[in-house]
Design a protein around this ligand. Structure first.
Ligand code: F6P
Length: 289
């Protein structure tokens, strides 16, 4: 079989490991790795990595075949170019790694008669109906380490701090990290300043912690508002892109392997549109067609 693999949207730890396991499992097939996601499909750009190179870099952060948010593929012209590329390479099935935006791109391929296997990869953990997407656990662990280190100095000065974490419009990282660092308040899109102030006033900590979901409110303004309300210095930190990098956590490694087994099986099944998903803690293959 001729199998294409691509990654699109935000990257996350564990994607290289998934790539390694799936390429290894499918090594008896002809695999084409498209570079920079749907852009690589539109412009027919591939990577010629062999299994030993992929193995060597399997625990690296990022995604070695590169990713993009491809504007070209949003147009009918771009989509036609991508479909023609797949025809030229005589591709039988495309394995697509990405988040919920990428799932829409995968659906476009499917609507054009391409067999697709979709694999949830996004630190945001917002790929419904899967309970897990590759990159989430490592991103949360990174946030925890970051917050714990910053909190050391906040404690020395008795300062509060607001930590903005990623997630686009999803509160999964904020909620999980808030739990893990025992935050005084997790500021999500349903939150109000009043609720946050009340939580900090109730807190017995000398260095209270607020975890803020990105795209909800301005982090600098929030820290200023809190500072004037609780009569304590309140700093802010944007955790940022560090959340997408680094070596995969143990949980990430386990899911990368399980998703690879699931995708390799899906390549051979009858469904023209499959998705590897975690349901009730088990990796399963959903038929989206
Ligand atoms: O979707 C993953 C993510 O890291 C989001 O959490 C964040 O909002 C976005 O990507 C940032 O995207 P970019 O890399 O395009 O700045």
């Amino acid at each position: 079989m001729n199998i294409a693999i691509l990654a699109s949207g935000g990257d996350g730890s564990g994607m290289n490991l998934f790539l390694y396991h799936v390429v290894k499992k499918l090594k008896n097939h002809n695999i084409t790795l498209f570079k920079s996601g749907f852009c690589g499909l539109c412009d027919d750009i591939t990577c010629d990595f062999d299994l030993s190179y992929i193995k060597e870099h399997r625990n690296d952060g990022g995604i070695m075949i590169k990713t993009s948010r491809c504007e070209q593929f949003m147009t009918k012209q771009g989509q036609d170019k991508a479909i023609n590329t797949l025809k030229r390479h005589k591709i039988d099935v495309v394995i697509v790694m990405g988040g919920n935006g990428t799932l829409k791109g995968a659906e476009i391929l499917h609507q054009n008669g391409v067999k697709v296997v979709f694999v949830p990869c996004s630190i945001d953990n917002d790929v419904s109906p899967s309970e897990y997407s590759i990159g989430f656990d490592t991103a949360c662990q990174t946030c925890v380490e970051y917050i714990q280190k910053v909190n050391d100095t906040m404690l020395s000065f008795d300062r509060g701090c607001v930590y903005e974490v990623m997630g686009r419009h999803c509160d999964a990282i904020a909620k999980k990290v808030g739990q893990l660092v025992d935050a005084d308040y997790v500021y999500k899109n349903t939150s109000t300043l009043k609720q946050c102030v009340q939580a900090l006033k109730k807190s017995k900590k000398s260095a209270p912690i607020v975890v803020l979901q990105e795209n909800v409110t301005d982090v600098s303004q929030l820290s200023k508002n809190l500072e004037s309300e609780i009569s304590k210095e309140v700093k802010f930190c944007v955790v940022g892109y560090i959340q997408r990098g680094g070596k995969p956590s143990k949980k990430e490694k386990a899911f990368a392997r399980l998703f690879a087994t699931c995708s390799a099986d899906a390549v051979n099944n009858d469904s023209s549109f499959s998705m590897c998903a975690v349901k009730n803690n088990n990796v399963t293959c959903l038929n989206l067609s």
